[in-house]
Design a protein around this ligand. Structure first.
Ligand SMILES: CCCCCCCC(=O)SCCNC(=O)CCNC(=O)[C@H](O)C(C)(C)COP(=O)(O)OP(=O)(O)OC[C@H]1O[C@@H](n2cnc3c(N)ncnc32)[C@H](O)[C@@H]1OP(=O)(O)O
Length: 269
């Protein structure tokens, strides 16, 4: 069954559908339920696939009506052509098809990005209540798409490399028409920190050295490329370059030192 929703009834039906999905997720195990609810909005949609015995159900609801977390690293309507092109370039290398037609992981992996990663980590839902329940990831706080930090991170474990495609929105202005140095530092810290975490587990930034070489225009897309310099005990050294999309112009370069920590370090303050 396919239900096409008139605009007027959106609110009520969305609520009903949300309840329905929650019920399906938790309680339906033997029912014969097969529905396909689709609602498109300019914000984009999230897909909630369910597969319970013979029950095949798919609900597509707009964020924030869905109870699945929004993955901010997926394309949205604010992404410009450079952002989309580079996303496609790396995303197409995340999965490859063998000669037998079998699909397997490629060399790159796209990392999903939530506004509270802790909540969606295994067991994290409890920790996210203990550690500042209202806290949200700094870079994912601006709701309007395209206004702040639009980015997606891909990692390459084999080459111990990581890239981030970053489109800087108009709320990140520093010098007129250009990106604030603090916003650039934020992105460098985020991407090098993510890369160090991917390689070494939980870490915190101990040191970040940044050289700003040429300004970044607001609205433009840049590439952050990170590589592992070395690992020494608890220390992970990462370097990062921020360039234009074809890497012909260097905007910023940085090195970072990350120290492995335990959860106790975070809880201890
Ligand atoms: C998904 C999004 C990801 C985002 C990632 C973002 C990452 C972040 O922004 S983290 C937030 C910013 N960072 C912080 O707040 C960290 C604050 N600092 C700290 O908590 C601590 O100083 C910490 C954990 C870095 C190190 O403390 P501690 O674990 O006690 O290490 P400590 O014993 O002092 O030092 C261990 C070694 O590191 C060295 N070291 C520590 N700090 C530094 C430093 N700043 N520079 C150089 N070396 C250092 C020490 O000299 C020592 O070396 P050695 O073993 O050779 O003698």
């Amino acid at each position: 069954m396919k239900v096409i929703l008139p605009a007027k009834t959106r609110g009520g039906v969305q609520q009903m559908a949300r309840g329905l999905c929650q019920i399906m997720g938790r309680e339906i195990s033997k029912g014969n339920f097969n529905t396909n609810i689709r609602q498109m909005t300019p914000r984009g949609t999230l897909q909630l696939p369910w597969s319970i015995n013979s029950v095949r159900t798919m609900a597509v609801l707009p964020w924030p009506f869905s109870f699945q977390p929004r993955d901010f690293s997926l394309p949205n309507s604010s992404w410009g052509s450079d952002m989309r092109r580079l996303y496609e370039h790396y995303n197409s290398q995340c999965e490859v098809e063998t000669d037998d037609g079998e699909k397997k992981w490629g060399v790159w992996r796209r990392l999903p990005s939530y506004n509270r990663s802790l909540k969606y980590a295994t067991g994290g839902v409890y920790l996210s209540k203990i550690i500042q329940s209202k806290a949200r990831l700094f870079t994912r706080n601006i709701r309007a798409q395209g206004a702040g930090f639009e980015y997606v991170v891909f990692v390459n474990k084999q080459e111990q490399k990581c890239v981030c495609v970053f489109q800087a929105g108009h709320l990140l202005e520093g010098p007129p028409g250009h990106v604030h140095g603090g916003a650039i530092a934020t992105m460098i810290d985020t991407v090098t920190g993510t890369h160090a975490t991917y390689l070494s587990g939980p870490v915190m930034t101990a040191n970040l050295n940044i050289n700003y070489r040429s300004p970044i225009s607001l609205g433009s897309t840049v590439l952050l490329t990170c590589s592992l310099d070395k690992k020494e005990g608890r220390k992970t050294f990462v370097s990062c370059q921020v360039t234009n999309t074809d890497s012909s112009k260097l905007h910023t370069e940085a090195t970072g030192l990350f120290l492995s920590i335990t959860m106790g370090h975070l809880l201890g303050g």
